[in-house]
Write a protein that binds this ligand. Structure first.
Ligand SMILES: Cc1cc2nc3c(=O)[nH]c(=O)nc-3n(C[C@H](O)[C@H](O)[C@H](O)COP(=O)(O)OP(=O)(O)OC[C@H]3O[C@@H](n4cnc5c(N)ncnc54)[C@H](O)[C@@H]3O)c2cc1C
Length: 172
């Protein structure tokens, strides 16, 4: 559910649990984790933030038992580095981006690709690593661009933008 500069996203988890993401823009210096004693303070702050939303939606916040703050950090889009012989990075360490469904998939794919490149590649494994890095940077750059633009629209002044985002074609 998307509103002006805020959203509530519910995800069904195992064991009959529901994980609810309250997404909004805020200064980074807020307290990292709410202790049980803070739960009611956090809850009332969130209820104020989503004031006016439908009752069944607000129930997701009223019935919450634990609240954790998860600030989103990202690396710059199309981040690269000078190659260092004998070492490389992949996954979030190489291209941390907004969590819009790409990061774990990229990390798994890159692990497999790097292993294949080293096993099947040239006599000097470092040449295989260099070639792998070039491919990874190009693909991750496209995803970082897409997810960064997506995050802007998912928490935006125009909620219709968020819904339109889901109709867009995604890059390979
Ligand atoms: C809310 C949220 C939702 C997401 N949803 C999706 C999704 O739907 N689909 C998707 O594809 N991706 C999703 N992602 C992104 C995905 O979780 C990450 O991109 C992915 O986990 C990156 O994998 P990784 O192995 O590179 O890094 P990580 O999963 O961060 O693994 C790194 C590991 O290294 C360990 N570590 C760190 N420092 C050290 C050290 N010094 N010594 C030893 N160990 C260390 C850490 O504890 C961690 O276990 C989501 C992310 C978030 C935050």
């Amino acid at each position: 559910m998307y509103g002006v500069n805020r959203a509530l996203v519910a995800q069904r988890s195992s064991g009959g649990h529901l994980k609810v993401y309250a997404q909004f823009r805020a200064p980074l210096d807020r307290q990292a984790t709410a202790t049980p004693a803070d739960v009611e303070t956090v809850r009332s702050g969130l209820l104020a933030l989503f004031d006016g939303w439908a009752d069944p939606v607000l129930d997701l916040l009223r019935r919450g038992t634990a609240f954790v703050r998860r600030p989103l950090h990202v690396l710059p889009v199309s981040h690269t580095w000078p190659h260092v012989r004998g070492v490389t990075l992949l996954g979030d360490a190489a291209h941390l981006m907004p969590p819009l469904g790409a990061g774990a998939n990229l990390a798994l794919l890159e692990g497999a690709e790097l292993a294949e490149a080293v096993v099947a590649g040239p006599a000097d494994p470092d040449d295989a690593v260099r070639a792998f890095e070039e491919r990874m940077w190009a693909r991750a750059g496209r995803w970082a661009q897409l997810t960064t633009a997506g995050l802007e629209r998912l928490v935006s002044a125009d909620p219709a933008e968020a819904l339109a985002l889901f109709d867009q074609v995604q890059p390979s």
